[in-house]
Design a protein around this ligand. Structure first.
Ligand code: SAM
Length: 213
């Protein structure tokens, strides 16, 4: 998702209370930063943030941090936050490629990847958020056996992801090719893209993995 450049979006983000600035300086000190001992969960590539807001409302005992590459997308989430203020939701505008510069090993409890960009060309495979390169980054920030949960309607991206998690030595804990007709549907929180694809009749694939040392 890349929206048309929104004029002033960078300034809007810089001035907003929900966005964390200079996140790299907090690396290794996230517990001190929040000062309440609540676990930290991330959505990487959160888009306009609907999923994260729904989760944050439901789980006030968890801090949710949305990571988004584009200012033009992130400002849409910030606008929504003005309608429904929540104190356990935060945003960082950054490319997730640099996520290990922001979190130390063990600082992140769980990672959500929802409807990540497919990058269909083979030469772009390492940009996919479920590539072995990204899985290595997640391993380097997650707590022991912290989960990565991935949803998509893109079957070839899902098949690629299954191969990558296996190749990288992660344990597949849950897997379905049709989440909405599966045992895992209960408690599922819909994302913006998921709503769109379900309405079109697409099947949603989901996997949940963790890394055991
Ligand atoms: N997760 C949302 C949902 O399910 O409705 C949005 C899905 S949208 C297809 C993917 C989002 O991931 C876009 O907003 C895109 O800008 C963001 N994104 C893609 N690659 C990223 C990266 N390397 N770092 C941070 N965000 C990224």
């Amino acid at each position: 998702m890349r929206l048309r450049n929104v004029k002033g979006s960078r300034e809007q983000i810089a001035a907003n209370e929900y966005t964390i600035k200079d996140a790299e300086q907090i690396k290794g000190q996230w517990k001190d930063y929040f000062q309440d001992g609540k676990p930290i969960q991330l959505e990487i590539g959160m888009g306009k943030g609907k999923f994260l807001m729904r989760l944050a409302e439901k789980n006030p005992h968890i801090h949710y941090i949305g990571i988004e590459k584009y200012s033009s997308v992130l400002v849409r989430a910030l606008e929504k936050m003005e309608e429904t203020p929540l104190d356990n939701i935060h945003f960082i505008r950054m490319d997730a490629e640099n996520i290990v510069n922001v979190f130390e090993k063990g600082e992140v409890d769980q990672i959500y990847l929802n409807f990540s960009d497919p990058w269909p060309k083979d030469r772009h495979a390492k940009r996919r958020l479920t590539s072995r390169q990204f899985l290595e980054r997640y391993h380097n920030i997650l707590k022991e056996e912290g989960r990565v949960i991935f949803k998509t309607d893109n079957r070839s991206l899902f098949d690629f992801s299954l191969e990558e998690v296996e190749e990288a030595g992660w344990t597949l804990e849950k897997c379905t090719f049709d989440l909405h007709h599966s045992e895992y549907l209960e408690g599922n929180i819909m994302t913006e893209y998921e709503e769109k694809f379900v309405a079109k009749g697409n099947s949603i694939c989901m996997l949940q993995v963790f890394y055991k040392e």
